[in-house]
Ligand binder design. Structure first.
Ligand code: DHB
Ligand code: MG
Length: 222
């Protein structure tokens, strides 16, 4: 690691120690996810706290998550909801959903969280078909190649003032390289360009560094 990366990692640890002291609901969620051999690709505690604060600041009562995994990010988001709030989360893998469900029960948020198992694009189409009430916040974190399509659906499922967030929009800095990247990188580049150019949105990207360089997209629906 270069000097700057080491310093940044140290600062990330410093922020984590100060602002996200370990809580059983969160640490056990990660332990159980690892024990069930889920991929180790959950958001960091600092990114979780950021999602929590953004959800609270925006006063979100209805949250849609695309990509549940073991439920770590959904724990952060659901804890930001008022008691009558709801989080709907889409997950393709039944095994992930089962791990996450136990994590929600342990954290006491299961009455606020609805897990829908299946391909996210089908879940999104179903939400539109059933005329789901618009979501105040959408967090995108599933199949990177489908990010541009997720954004199209998110725009159908939100209202003026809604917040659209997306994980992994910097991809180790590859999005900033002119040469063609792999399919996922090219999809994220297209997603970022759509965020920048869609007249219905005002947006930016927030680079985040932990083990590698990545980032969170923040967009507000005009
Ligand atoms: C991957 C997916 C993620 O959502 C993430 O945060 C990191 C990595 C992946 O599929 O490799
Ligand atoms: Mg992610």
């Amino acid at each position: 690691m270069s000097g700057i990366a080491e310093r940044w990692a140290a600062v990330d640890g410093y922020i984590e120690a100060l602002f996200t002291p370990p809580e059983a609901a969160f640490t056990k969620a990660l332990e159980d996810s690892a024990a069930a051999s889920l991929p180790d690709i959950h958001i960091s505690p600092n990114e979780g706290k950021l999602l929590y604060l953004l959800a609270k600041l925006s006063g979100a009562k209805r949250i849609l998550e695309i990509g549940l995994l073991g439920g770590y990010s959904a724990l952060w988001l659901s804890q930001a909801l008022p008691s009558d709030g709801q989080l709907i989360t889409l997950e393709i893998e039944l095994k992930h959903a089962e791990v996450a469900r136990k994590n929600f029960v342990r954290a006491g948020v299961s009455d606020k969280v609805e897990i829908r198992v299946g391909p996210a694009l089908q879940g999104l189409e179903r939400l539109v078909q059933e005329h789901a009430a618009p979501f105040d916040l959408v967090f995108i974190d599933a199949d990177k190649c489908a990010y541009p399509a997720y954004l199209d659906w998110a725009l159908k499922l939100t209202h003026s003032g809604s917040l659209i967030l997306a994980d992994n929009v910097v991809r180790d800095g590859t999005v900033a390289q002119a040469e063609k990247g792999d399919e996922a990188v090219e999809a994220i580049k297209l997603f970022n360009r759509k965020l920048a150019e869609d007249p219905r949105l005002e947006a930016t990207l927030l680079p985040l560094l932990r083990d590698s360089l990545d980032g969170l997209a923040l967009a507000r629906v005009k």
